[in-house]
Write a protein that binds this ligand. Structure first.
Ligand SMILES: Cc1c2[nH]c(c1CCC(=O)O)Cc1[nH]c(c(CCC(=O)O)c1C)Cc1[nH]c(c(CCC(=O)O)c1C)Cc1[nH]c(c(C)c1CCC(=O)O)C2
Length: 362
């Protein structure tokens, strides 16, 4: 399948992801299309969350909302969807009430039998592919489009916990009581991730990000056993499949939130071009640990956006100085998703400050 997409006019993100020191840092924000935007809330008044995800027309419209509102300030778009579409594709029911909830979570390994034995991503998740293709056309080459999926460990945690959790007691019970069954299921999820990511590239995604939002719930030892192998499996197999299918290679970003203990190891061994950082590590320290092996993405504490213009400006300036002190590519972002209470004009100020303080001449 080949598409005739408009030529890309802004390749800052792709150059930084490949390790280039760019004239200005590309900037985008995790959850940039979301509840802090009145135009998003307006769409949600008349449509359920997953109904929006499943409608290529609505998903495209919402993906474009921040690009249109912040004209010229964002350097990437990310397809509107959710990490929980994979558990749905595997046969689980997921509701958004308003956080994610699974009416029928995986309680013991026998429940794995309830999952679909084979997952045809074109059939189950074709709506995401259609949304990506449509968005690429409507973006008119203004900025690249990021595709994504959840990491197996994070998805497994949702599937077992049945939603978010403070203690992760249920999923910890699984990994400590049924380690082999846990590893087998994690690999099954990883294989769906591979098919899903390759499909997103075929449909038009220009960079892929893997969200391991719950990586920090694991000890370094358990992260090495229950998350790292699946992350490596994904990077290796996505790259292999893209080459085999004569598709162009795309940069891959890993955001393993809370796993800063593993940064050096991930830079050397995980097979990603970019490592996303949360705000719990200093930019200079992060660069020292990874060397020039990978590009970095991040890492402003999202709550700084509640601190007013002065706080935003001084924190962005410090972040820019930190990342610019070292060599290698850097993509400016928050250290986690933007939250619903942020004033959209403060988000604009954040983007403007990044433009100002990350320019090489400044
Ligand atoms: C853990 C996780 C989820 N989803 C996602 C993650 C990984 C990133 C992270 O750690 O924050 C990823 C995600 N979710 C959403 C996107 C869209 C693209 C983007 O703008 O970044 C992306 C990349 C839309 C969304 N996903 C969700 C919303 C809000 C739902 C609504 O409209 O009511 C949006 C815009 C719902 C969602 N989906 C999820 C949760 C915990 C929630 C509820 C909390 C919240 O609202 O942030 C699961």
């Amino acid at each position: 399948m080949t598409h005739d997409f408009p030529p890309l006019k802004n390749d800052l993100l792709l150059r930084a992801a490949r390790g280039e020191v760019t004239e200005r840092a590309p900037v985008w924000v995790m959850r940039q299309a979301g509840r802090y935007l009145p135009e998003f809330r307006k769409v949600r008044e008349s449509h359920e969350f997953f109904e929006v995800c499943r409608s290529p027309e609505l998903a495209t419209k919402i993906t474009l909302q921040p690009i249109e509102r912040y004209t010229g300030l964002l350097d990437a778009s990310i397809i509107f969807s959710d990490i929980l579409v994979i558990p749905q594709a595997m046969g689980m029911e997921v509701l958004m009430t308003p956080g994610p909830s699974f009416p029928d979570p995986l309680v013991t390994p026998t429940d794995v039998g309830k999952l679909n034995a084979v997952v045809d991503v074109n059939k189950e998740l074709g709506y995401v592919f259609q949304a990506i293709t449509r968005t690429r056309k409507e973006l008119k080459g203004e900025v690249p489009l990021i595709g994504f999926c959840g990491a197996p460990w994070t998805l497994f945690a949702y599937m077992v916990e049945g939603g978010g959790s403070k203690t992760f007691q249920k999923v910890k019970t699984w990994i400590f009581k049924y380690p082999e069954e846990s590893k087998a299921l994690l690999l099954r999820i990883a294989d769906v991730c591979v098919d899903f990511l390759v499909g997103q590239v075929k449909a038009g995604a220009q960079l892929l990000q893997i969200f391991d939002s719950w990586a920090g719930e694991l000890s370094p030892h358990d992260f090495a056993i229950f998350s790292f192998p699946t992350l490596k499996h994904i990077s290796t197999n996505v790259r292999r499949r893209l080459a085999e299918e004569n598709l162009s290679a795309v940069p891959m970003t890993l955001f393993a939130k809370g796993a800063n203990h593993a940064l050096g190891f991930l830079a050397e061994n995980a097979g990603y071009d970019v490592l996303g950082l949360d705000w719990c590590i200093d930019p200079v320290e992060a660069r020292r640990i990874v060397g020039e092996k990978v590009a970095l993405q991040g890492n402003l504490d999202p709550n700084v956006l509640y601190g007013g213009r002065e706080a935003i400006e001084s924190t962005v300036k410090r972040m820019c100085e930190g990342f610019r002190a070292g060599k290698g590519g850097w993509i400016a972002n928050l250290g986690h998703g933007i939250t619903p209470g942020v004033d959209p004009e403060d988000m604009r100020w954040f983007l403007q400050c990044v433009h100002k303080y990350s320019s090489i001449s400044s």
